[in-house]
Design a protein around this ligand. Structure first.
Ligand code: 26Y
Length: 826
């Protein structure tokens, strides 16, 4: 058997071709008919998958034999994007597959474009998780991602009559060749029920058991995660919910056939849909079920793997030496009481031992300080769904508040502020407090954000646990965001530096002294031009708009949020329009041509965000049809922004906007992607913009607006402020109210929020300096050679924003984990 199975698949062109045809004929059962492009996409995916599986199973066996520390990244979201292009490139087989397909009459790029991307995440947080997966594999860290296999991912956004309309994203229509269904890897997950106690005969202690209720099955779906230029291949395990047999018997025997079928349907609904909101927690019971379902299956799996390995003297006390669990925001933080329950009720450990183990195992990453985005669950809901966890949370809180009282004796205000339970009606469990108390490290995602986490969000915790809160600035993977998204620029880097820069972005620094060299500048300009034309061709084909090729391409693509201030961008665009419209034909010639691109989804229930999209579309329509703007200004709102579109849009940018009200964007990761692709930033001193500005130099970032400290001061004096607004802004408001961009009634709520005394996001305050930053960018763009030099220098200064740097920091400061490279057997 060993002999039969131990050979490896060859990856020369003829072998690849044989494997492609074999998959079309046998895997797809399309022998001798229907050899179309989609069949070849499926076949190529399966052929690559075979090669991934070899490396994957070898790697997992190797990790098991080495018994090093492993990290598990728990995230309710993974925004993976397309896999085929990424896999061929990470395996170093792009050339071989391109040749193999070409000889069969297909072009790799158009095959790659057949793939429907899984959108199992909302935005930044989910995409960060996927960038981390790529880096963890590339750097040979033994790590797994755990998540949920939603049947419906992030909704598809269409623009109908200038407004966002949501359509369901059933991404599994054509199957998913990247996953392996593990029907044998399944766990039971309990919901509801009651807690019974009993006296342990050996110790005489009272012990607890959670019993009854409904039992759901979690089935594993595994996806191999290849690293770039390494044999190591990690795993992402996503859970899907199924009704359990145990459950069948109970219900059906009770004679309630329809009720039982309905209940079975409810089981499957747990993993049916991703919640498409990234800003406020609707407190929905189904969302809590998702979180617990996910956490319970994952912890059972992790503990089973840990226990499978028998080593002399090893007990559960040593768990933190072998296992690190990272919580991607509070979404999986019910892990903390669940691990406690497993250790107390199943393993019969004493409380203090269980608590030390749990705290040393977990790390918690915070991604927001906005109060409305902090998760809280009503105590009655938790008590009903997870009665034992509620008890444990109360016990954790009780012990924690004793510590608080010991530190600040008699300070009831401190107790109320820090308590895990909020004394509201109904009472609420503050998941962030639970996560801080139950983790050994809490991290923010950019320097300024971490500072605000320490001073504004958790000041008391920071005092009580000095050193627990750390910063680990986000990063993005250069494999997807440079190599794959921008082949034109990548080939410039590779031709000068060789291919090693992809795994060592610091090497780009050596290009900075060449930034003014004409030959490099020429190649760079060509690449940018190529990327703009690539985007323009897509926009022509999909939206029937002809973009000017020579304009400044100005982009703001991200989730739509008031704090991200797409509205400020639109107000700026209207101002530019007004300037063009009122200029003489002669004056108009001196105005810098500009293409403004916006894209992003609004949460379905977020009315104001939807109005912002409507205004953007209304403005685009008017401007694009006004002859006075011809050759000067165009505006496009690209529908259904997702990872694949980001890969197309970002490399075409000259400038991009990251203009959140200072203090509100935790980090941002789009900002990093744009600069890496040779675009400059117009931005506020917020999130990672601050560190990007430091890395590339203040002169090459167009910074404007109030700082985070000023924002705080401005807000507190808001009511005292004179209601005077900038004359240019007043003109913009008048235009919107005149109805040129569609009935003013549509926009009244938007404008009403912008009166200076109500302007929470400080658009009025920042508007003048925003226009100055725009003017500065326009002026800088006029000197083409100088502009190109700036872009080259900036792009080549970005090594610290590679997720490789980020993950090395986590490994050192949070996980205590070493790389474990596996040397290929051939
Ligand atoms: C509670 C639930 C409604 C919820 C679901 C998703 C809450 C938040 C989210 C997602 C948040 C998110 O994407 N945050 C972003 O994380 C990025 C990665 O750290 C940051 O760069 C970005 O600033 C932050 O907004």
């Amino acid at each position: 058997l060993w002999k039969l199975s131990s050979s490896y698949l060859p990856s020369d062109v003829p072998s690849i071709q044989r494997s492609l045809v074999k998959h079309v004929e046998y895997t797809l059962a399309r022998r001798r008919y229907k050899f179309d492009r989609n069949s070849f996409y499926q076949a190529t995916a399966h052929s690559i998958r075979d090669r991934l599986i070899e490396r994957w199973t070898d790697t997992q066996q190797f990790y098991a034999s080495r018994d090093g520390k492993r990290m598990y990244y728990l995230s309710l979201e993974f925004l993976v994007g397309r896999s085929l292009g990424n896999a061929v490139s990470n395996l170093g087989l792009r050339g071989a597959y391109a040749d193999a397909l070409q000889q069969l009459g297909y072009d790799l790029e158009s095959i790659v474009a057949q793939e429907r991307e899984p959108a199992l995440g909302n935005g930044g947080l989910g995409r960060l998780a996927s960038c981390f997966m790529d880096t963890l594999a590339t750097l040979n860290y033994p790590a797994w991602g755990y998540g949920l296999r939603y049947k419906y991912g992030m909704f598809e956004q269409r623009i109908v009559d200038g407004k966002q309309v949501e359509f369901p994203d059933y991404w599994l229509t054509h199957g998913n060749p990247w996953e392996v269904e593990r029907l044998d890897v399944k766990y039971l997950v309990r919901l509801y029920g009651q807690v019974n106690n009993y006296v342990d005969e050996r110790s005489g202690e009272t012990r607890y058991r959670w019993e009854g209720g409904e039992v759901v099955v979690a089935v594993a779906y595994d996806t191999p995660i290849p690293g770039y230029g390494t044999y190591n291949t990690n795993n992402m395990r996503l859970w899907s919910s199924k009704p359990s047999h145990e459950f069948d018997l109970a219900c059906f025997n009770a004679g309630n056939y329809y009720g039982a079928v309905e209940a079975k349907e409810r089981c499957e609904s747990i993993t049916s849909v991703l919640y498409p909101s990234d800003d406020n927690d609707a407190g929905k019971a189904l969302r809590l079920k998702q979180q617990f379902f996910f956490v319970s299956a994952t912890l059972q799996d992790v503990l089973r793997r840990y226990k499978k390995r028998v080593a002399p003297g090893r007990t559960l006390k040593h768990l933190p030496e072998k296992v690190a669990i990272q919580l991607n925001d509070t979404h999986p933080s019910i892990s903390i009481p669940e691990l406690m329950r497993l250790l107390l009720d199943d393993e019969l450990l004493p409380w203090d031992d269980a608590w030390d183990i749990a705290r040393m195992t977990f790390g918690y990453t915070n991604h927001t300080i906005l109060p409305e985005a902090l998760e809280k669950w009503p105590v009655p809901m938790l008590t009903e769904l997870l009665p034992r966890h509620m008890q444990i949370i109360y016990e954790i809180n009780h012990r924690f508040l004793q510590e608080v009282d010991a530190m600040w004796p008699g300070d009831t205000q401190k107790l109320a502020a820090m308590s895990i339970i909020e004394e509201s009606t109904p009472k609420m469990v503050r998941m962030a407090h639970l996560a801080v108390v139950g983790s050994h490290v809490v991290n923010g995602v950019a320097e300024i954000h971490t500072a605000l986490v320490k001073t504004r969000l958790f000041p008391e915790f920071n005092e009580m646990y000095p050193g627990r809160i750390k910063n680990v600035t986000n990063g993005v993977t250069p494999r997807r965001w440079i190599l794959q998204a921008n082949p034109a620029m990548s080939s410039i880097f590779t031709s000068i530096l060789g291919p090693g820069w992809v795994n060592d972005l610091r090497r780009l620094e050596t290009l900075k002294p060449l930034a003014r060299e004409p030959s490099l500048q020429r190649q760079w300009t060509h690449a940018k031009r190529f990327n703009k034309e690539r985007l323009a061709a897509w926009i022509k084909a999909n939206m029937n708009v002809d973009l000017m090729p020579n304009a400044v391409y100005d982009m703001q693509v991200k989730r739509i949020h008031e704090y991200k201030r797409q509205m400020l961008n639109i107000l700026g665009i209207i101002h530019r329009y007004a300037t063009i419209a009122s200029a003489s034909a002669e004056q108009r010639k001196s105005i810098q041509p500009r293409v403004c691109i916006l894209a992003g989804k609004a949460a379905p229930g977020y009315e104001i965000a939807k109005k912002i999209i409507q205004l953007a579309c209304g403005v685009a329509k008017v401007i694009n049809n006004d002859v006075r703007c011809a050759g000067r200004l165009q505006v496009v709102f690209i529908p259904n922004f997702n990872v694949s579109l980001a890969e197309l849009i970002i490399p075409a940018s000259d400038v991009s906007q990251h203009i959140s009200t200072a203090g509100m964007e935790a980090s941002g990761t789009g900002n990093m992607k744009f600069v890496m692709n040779g675009g400059l930033i117009i931005g506020t001193l917020d999130g990672a913009n601050v560190e990007i500005a430091r890395a590339v130099g203040e002169d090459d970032v167009f910074v404007f607006g109030a700082t985070a400290d000023e924002v705080a001061a401005l807000r507190s004096s808001m009511h005292k402020r004179e209601p005077r607004i900038d004359e240019r802004l007043a003109r913009v408001f008048r235009m919107i109210r005149s109805g040129v961009f569609g009935s003013a009634d549509n926009y009244e709520r938007l404008l009403d929020g912008l009166t200076p005394s109500k302007d929470f996001y400080l658009l009025c305050h920042d508007f003048p300096s925003y226009l100055d930053a725009m003017d500065a960018a326009d002026a800088a763009y006029r000197d083409k050679d100088e502009w190109t030099a700036k872009c080259i220098k900036a792009a080549c200064s970005m090594w610290a924003f590679s997720s490789d740097r980020t993950i090395r920091e986590y490994a050192r400061d949070v996980w205590g984990m070493e790389p474990q490279p596996f040397n290929p057997p051939h």
